[in-house]
Design a protein around this ligand. Structure first.
Ligand SMILES: [Zn+2]
Length: 135
């Protein structure tokens, strides 16, 4: 377990506007504490510095684990979405039914690995769409 100072943790959270940087769920609506994710995991040489840290909901963080890449539907190895260098809207799209669709192979690999479209997450996301929190 890597120790992350409260100051650094707050900086990551504020930079992310208190939303999961992978699935965009706002922390306020999930009755749990969000995690600080190492985008490039420590196992793969990632450092505990602001540029390598992302604010992540527990679902995304636990499903990502130390992964940095996965397979696309075409069996190509593809790196996962990196919120520091990638633009979310170039890789993902929220559909009105609450699912997140991929717009790229990076999006595809990330959706599958982080399990964005687990049933309970879709249902929760759909309710956030209905109350206007996510559009
Ligand atoms: Zn998330």
């Amino acid at each position: 377990m890597i120790r992350i100072s409260e100051k650094l943790r707050l900086q990551v959270a504020q930079n992310a506007d208190f939303k999961c940087e992978y699935c965009l769920t706002p922390e306020f609506f999930l009755a749990t504490t969000f995690h600080i994710d190492h985008i490039r995991s420590v196992k793969h040489g990632g450092k505990t510095i602001l540029r390598n840290l992302a604010y992540a909901c527990p679902h995304c963080n636990q499903n990502k684990g130390s992964d940095i890449a996965s397979y696309s539907n075409d069996d190509e190895i593809v790196r996962l979405f990196n919120p520091r260098i990638d633009f979310w809207i170039e890789h993902f799209e929220v559909l009105s039914d609450g699912t997140i669709a991929s717009l790229s192979s990076i999006g595809e690999a990330t959706i599958n690995t982080l399990r964005f479209n687990q049933l309970e997450r879709i249902i929760f996301r759909k309710s956030l769409i209905e109350i206007g929190v996510i559009s």
